[in-house]
Design a protein around this ligand. Structure first.
Ligand code: KIV
Length: 287
């Protein structure tokens, strides 16, 4: 079992050019697979709202839901760098709220860092959380929590003026004290400029290859979520297909009684005649 990474390991990886691979996971079972596979980091993302709870977006996710899932991930992957995801509303009203809720992730779910969405507009919150001694991952570009304000899940920075806004956000997040930055849904060129500019690790999801590593939702990468797959997601296996087939096979075998087979049954070790007699007696009483 390898040692849990620290923020210093992430900086070392950037320095040596080793890319970091992380995935978005919400439960202990998949967290354990990730740890066994050697995942560098796990984000317990607020996309749990869509993937697990069936909401249209991430906005309804609460702190209690996020904490419960992050705790489950930590139990499944005790030795993997874990990032908690601040849900919508948990850091917007005030810096006090932001610090209090970030602390909950640390104290209740044993995270190594927290992530929050937004650039210039949340720089004061990033600074407050950082000043309180926590590690913040910024998240800019396509930020799902503000999809309503953006007019949907829209790629950001496709022209010069919006690319400028992305770069300004990146600078604001860095200056506020974020230790790492995630860029989502931006053209590769824009991500490459941000990567060139900032001394902190810059990771991407739908932002091309010119950065310090990649994150994908396990639900997309492992083919678990059938409702929608973004253009940037590669499907490494087809869990949905396997699960549907497995369930269809199970239904068939239950109906034709080929399941349970002998290897799935418990053996009776007592005296069979005695059992038979006991049953006959009990049957008489029952009638
Ligand atoms: O919640 C999530 O899945 C995320 C990813 C898009 C990085 O924040």
């Amino acid at each position: 079992m390898s040692r849990k990474k620290t923020i210093l390991d992430l900086y070392k990886m950037k320095e040596t050019g080793e890319k970091a691979a992380w995935m978005v996971i919400y439960d202990a079972c998949f967290a354990a697979y990730a740890e066994e596979a050697g995942m560098d980091m796990i984000l317990c993302g607020d996309s749990v709202g869509m993937i697990v709870y069936g909401f249209q977006g991430t906005v309804p996710v609460t702190m209690d839901v996020s904490i419960a899932h992050t705790q489950a991930v930590r139990r499944g992957a005790p030795n993997t760098y874990l990032i908690g995801d601040m849900p919508f509303g948990s850091y917007h009203a005030s810096c006090e709220d932001a610090v209090r809720n970030a602390l909950r992730f640390y104290k209740e779910a044993d995270v190594d860092a927290i992530k929050l969405e937004g650039g210039v507009r949340v720089a004061d919150k990033i600074k407050a959380i950082t000043d309180a001694g926590m590690v913040v991952f910024g998240h800019i570009g396509l930020t799902p929590q503000s999809s309503a304000a953006m007019g949907g899940f829209k790629v950001q920075g496709k022209d010069t003026s919006t690319a400028k806004a992305v770069i300004e956000d990146a600078i604001a997040v860095y200056k506020a004290g974020a230790r790492c930055l995630l860029l989502e849904g931006v053209p590769e060129e824009v991500c490459a400029y941000v990567h060139e500019l900032l001394p902190i690790p810059v990771y991407g999801i739908g932002a091309g290859v010119k950065c310090d590593g990649q994150v994908l939702l396990a639900a997309d990468a492992l083919g678990m979520y059938k409702n929608f797959t973004p253009k940037f997601a590669k499907k490494y296996c087809d869990i949905a297909g396997m699960a549907t087939q497995g369930m269809a096979d199970y239904i068939k075998e239950v109906k034709d009684s080929s399941f349970p087979a002998p290897e799935h049954k418990y053996k009776y070790t007592g005296d069979r005649d005695e059992l038979q007699k006991l049953f006959e007696d009990m049957k008489k009483d029952f009638e």
